[in-house]
Write a protein of this length. Sequence first.
Length: 239
Amino acid sequence: MSPTSSEPFFRDAGTGPGVVCLHANASTSAQWRGLIDLLAPTCRVLAPDLYGAGKSPEWSSDRHISLHDEAAFIEPVLARAGTPLALVGHSYGAAVALIAALAAPTRLRALVLYEPPLFSLLDAETPPPNEADEIRRVVREASGAVEAGDLDAAARRFIDYWMGDGSWEQMPEIEHFDLSPCEGDYTRCALTPRNGSDLRPRVFDLARERGWPVRELTRSRHTLEDIYVRLTRPEEEET
């Protein structure tokens, strides 16, 4: 659906229980096309573009954008999905999903988090220097490449860090994403939330209280089929 000045663009497919999918940083709702195809026969799947991504409007305030701003932006999409809904988030989208879950926990029936970037958890467990320093260095280097106008180098640095050296070159050209919407503002697109050290435990406390089937996917190459199984057969434990 086309955006307005205050609402996001979102993909909408299928009928059945609502599923909302939130994309990663430097990405768009297009990353969920495969999952949408898998779920549409049995679910209504909505996938918004977050601020400044894809066809959604840019963040217009001089104030630095927050995860709460992103969660408020997708509220119309969450409302369309109905209650209860399943909320899926990857990377930056997973951090936004955590905020949305805490804001209205009664509307959720399931929560799927794939690599939520709450790097403050690393700082809380181990004071710097730690693994978060390397992540922040990658953001600085990619930001520098964007500012220099070398969007290909920025994307390569970002993808190769998360997926392994050479991954960007090995990706088919059709899968290369466009960083031009982030030009001049890559730091926001690659936002690493600083004040979220208590979000994850709070969400999992709520999950225990409400009986949500929560699956946090990390450290391995989970496929779209993995996420599909967790949404359609939540009683299955990870192996």
